[in-house]
Design a binder for this molecule. Structure first.
Ligand SMILES: Cc1cc2nc3c(=O)[nH]c(=O)nc-3n(C[C@H](O)[C@H](O)[C@H](O)COP(=O)(O)OP(=O)(O)OC[C@H]3O[C@@H](n4cnc5c(N)ncnc54)[C@H](O)[C@@H]3O)c2cc1C
Ligand code: FES
Length: 301
């Protein structure tokens, strides 16, 4: 039996199957509710339940009125009225599940693996710079990783994966992966992207493998000849934990592909001024070493 989901204070109503999450049903109907992990971890999708009943994985049965319901984990038991933080009309995402092949695996440092996955011949996947994919594991579980390549490189994806001690994927699965192995992924996901409606200068701020979606955004802007000034602040635990093999900054100056990009690698601890950077394309950015604790002041200035 399908239940109606009504959005409080609007004329939006969409159907939701009992085994479907409210977030998925909204997307299927062409509406976007804010989300990030879709796993009940980040709370980005949190909203109110005005009336009705929802089964919420990890929270149990929620009866309206209730607050702080995770809409990515909530399935209806009755018609419901919800109050999401935001809801906008958007074309339903065209996602694909693709069986990829491991093309290359590199270890720029002890903590990070850069994984290049290739799609089968003739298969392409559309995504926006800044989005992420789900790696689908054999038991039905999944892990999210941001695409680090720009969307025009659409025959595969590059992922930057940080080692999490004891992690099922980043330690368990990744350790056994070799060139030619297959990995199922679903993409694209995520709402993190550059606002193209404005032309303000851009400040990109990330730490460690959080650089991946920023790299995609920067490379996309370079490819498209974007002229917005961009300032990249990239924090690292130490000067040597950045993905220096993927990313090489050799000398002073702005990026040759984009004169408007400046980069500020930001180790949080003192360390040798090792070359760091993003891609061969950024090969002449000055590594201006900024300790993480000073980043707010640098950004203000
Ligand atoms: C939108 C999104 C994009 C992401 N993009 C990337 C990316 O580009 N690169 C990347 O490396 N990761 C990324 N992640 C995190 C990634 O999805 C996994 O959570 C991470 O790799 C751990 O998975 P695992 O299977 O190795 O560990 P799990 O088996 O899930 O966890 C093992 C243990 O480590 C803890 N743990 C899990 N993650 C972390 C963490 N980040 N820090 C500290 N402890 C942790 C868990 O609580 C658990 O106790 C992203 C997450 C989200 C939500
Ligand atoms: S808790 Fe992260 S999107 Fe729902």
């Amino acid at each position: 039996m399908t239940f109606d989901v009504t959005v409080s204070g609007s004329d939006i109503v969409f159907p939701c199957e009992p085994d479907e999450t409210v977030l998925d049903a909204a997307e299927r109907a062409g509406f976007s509710i804010p989300y990030s992990c879709r796993k009940g971890v980040c709370s980005t999708c949190e909203g109110g339940l005005v009336a009705g009943e929802l089964r919420v994985r990890g929270q149990g049965l929620a009866r309206g009125p209730a607050t702080r319901v995770l809409l990515c984990q909530a399935r209806p038991c009755s018609p419901v009225e919800i109050a999401p933080k935001r809801i906008v009309q958007r074309a339903a995402p065209m996602r694909k599940v693709i069986t990829t092949k491991v093309h290359r695996l590199t270890r720029p440092n002890a903590d990070v693996v850069v994984l290049h996955l290739r799609f089968p011949s003739g298969v392409r996947a559309k995504f926006q710079a800044g989005q992420y994919l789900k790696v689908l594991m054999d038991d039905g579980d999944s892990r999210n990783y941001s695409m680090a390549n720009a969307p025009h490189e659409s025959d595969g994806v590059q992922l930057h994966i940080r080692h999490v001690p004891g992690g099922r994927f980043s330690e368990g699965v990744l350790a056994g992966l070799e060139k030619g192995d297959t990995l199922n992924v679903e993409l694209p996901y995520g709402e993190f992207s550059l606002d193209e409606e404005v032309d303000h200068p851009v400040i990109l701020l990330g730490t460690g493998t959080g650089m991946a979606p920023l790299k995609s955004i920067i490379e996309d802007q370079i490819k498209r000849g974007g002229s917005r000034p961009m300032h990249l602040f990239w924090g690292h635990a130490t000067a040597t934990t950045c993905t220096s093999a993927t990313c090489r900054h050799n000398g002073p100056g702005a990026c040759p592909g984009s004169a408007s990009l400046r980069c500020f690698p930001s180790p949080s601890q003192a360390g040798p001024a090792a070359p760091v950077g993003c891609t061969a394309r950024f090969s002449r950015i000055t590594p201006t070493w900024v300790p993480i604790k000073c980043m707010p002041a640098v950004i203000r200035s």
